[in-house]
Unconditional design. Structure first.
Length: 405
């Protein structure tokens, strides 16, 4: 296997504290940067159903100045702006975000908006067909942040936030690398607050990204370098080993920590291969499934389309799929790359079914009559990181959805 030795690799400088009792490290991290006013951000559900915020407040001691518990799924703009008001009123010099992907994204968006003091309309990334994204350059200082993960989100150490607008384009991306966390807490006590279904869903996002993201990363990427390959391979091995453990033993804190680490490794690799020119066929159908059906999570949306996305790329990404088959040790002696790639597709569907994940849209109760509408809406949407292989013919997208049905 040949890996690229001319590359860019991003290694964010966040400090990670993992294992039992890691929450106690928040205080020393806050003191390390001289913080005196720490403000908590979380979801209302987490605040109402767990005592995790209380534990974080206790760890912060005299540094604690307040909490806003209003983060919501997909980070809708109205809730984000409520958080902006709360942060401006508290005047913190440190934000501690407690929660999963939506809380993390909401906290990051709040940090950008408060720091820049501009409207979302002025700052979100603009997309136009055939042109590079128009990314707002956020130059002002940002409030430092610490993240206490409750789910294995791939968004933990990113420098951007994709928030939801009820007005198209629905996905609005804000970007500022200064919002990467100064520290990340991966404490099994925090991770065990997430229900099994939610934890499995977010873990499925990692799994699907590793195997299926040929254009922005993943083990299929033709631009893999040794560092990104090491990240992706370990992330896959952790996912494959620990997803079944999670399902069989939901209270296994070690399995949850390993799945959280897999998400961080997957994301680190993907940030080094954005816009790498992947030639595979891609869609934004996963976003459409999440936005249209409240019962479909990000992980379920990615997993249900995964085998279909592999099938439509079989001829284009044969070598990348065969590479994954080799990592998983499912290539039999004498198999060609194409045969190994086909074996991967069969294995993916079998693995997903074994952990209770849907592999067909009908299993997620997506009405067949909605397929045309989903395809037409996807054609009109533009996304960060999309490659030249984006499918833009609505009739072809309907066929892809039918394959997944």
């Amino acid at each position: 296997m040949k890996l690229n030795t001319t590359f860019r690799y991003l290694a964010p400088s966040s400090r990670y504290h993992a294992g039992p009792g890691s929450i106690s490290q928040i205080y020393s991290e806050a003191k390390r940067i001289g913080a005196t006013r720490a403000f908590l951000i979380s979801s209302e559900t987490l605040a109402r159903t767990t005592d995790l915020n209380d534990k974080v407040r206790t760890a912060l001691g005299e540094l604690y100045v307040g909490t806003w518990a209003g983060a919501k799924k997909e980070s809708p703009i109205p809730s984000v702006m409520e958080g902006v008001k709360a942060v401006k009123a508290a005047k913190p010099d440190l934000i501690v975000t407690v929660g999963g992907g939506s809380a993390v994204v909401t906290g990051r968006a709040i940090t950008i908006i408060v720091g820049e003091d501009k409207t979302i309309e002025e700052m979100y990334t603009k997309h136009a067909p055939g042109r590079a994204p128009d990314v707002y350059r956020a130059g002002k200082p940002k409030i430092p942040n610490i993240i206490v993960n409750t789910t294995p989100t791939t968004g933990t150490d990113r420098g951007g936030a994709a928030i939801y607008d009820s007005v198209a384009p629905h996905r609005k991306e804000l970007y500022d690398p200064k919002t990467r966390p100064l520290a990340v807490i991966i404490d099994p006590q925090a991770l065990l607050t997430a229900p099994l279904d939610l934890y499995r869903d977010t873990s499925l996002t990692t799994f699907s990204d590793i195997i299926g993201s040929g254009n922005t990363g993943g083990l299929q990427s033709p631009e893999l370098n040794p560092l990104a390959y090491a990240d992706e391979r370990m992330a896959l091995e952790l996912s494959v080993a620990n997803l079944p453990k999670l399902v069989e033993h939901p209270n296994d804190g070690e399995a949850r920590v390993n799945l959280c680490l897999a998400a961080i490794l997957c994301n680190r690799a993907s940030q080094s291969t954005y816009n790498s020119g992947g030639r595979n066929r891609t869609t934004g159908l996963g976003y459409k499934l999440r936005y249209h059906y409240a019962h479909i999570g990000q992980g379920a949306a990615g997993a249900v389309m995964l085998a279909t996305n592999l099938r439509i790329n079989l001829d284009l990404m044969t070598e990348g799929m065969a590479r994954i088959a080799d990592v998983l040790r499912i290539r039999l002696a004498g198999m060609t790359d194409r045969e190994a790639a086909q074996a991967l597709i069969v294995w993916v569907e079998s693995f997903l079914r074994s952990i209770g994940a849907a592999t067909r849209l009908r299993e997620l109760n997506v009405p067949r009559e909605d397929l045309r509408r989903l395809a037409e809406e996807d054609v009109r949407a533009l996304y960060f990181g999309e490659g030249s292989g984006r499918i833009t013919d609505p009739d072809e997208l309907v066929k892809v959805l039918e394959m997944a049905y």
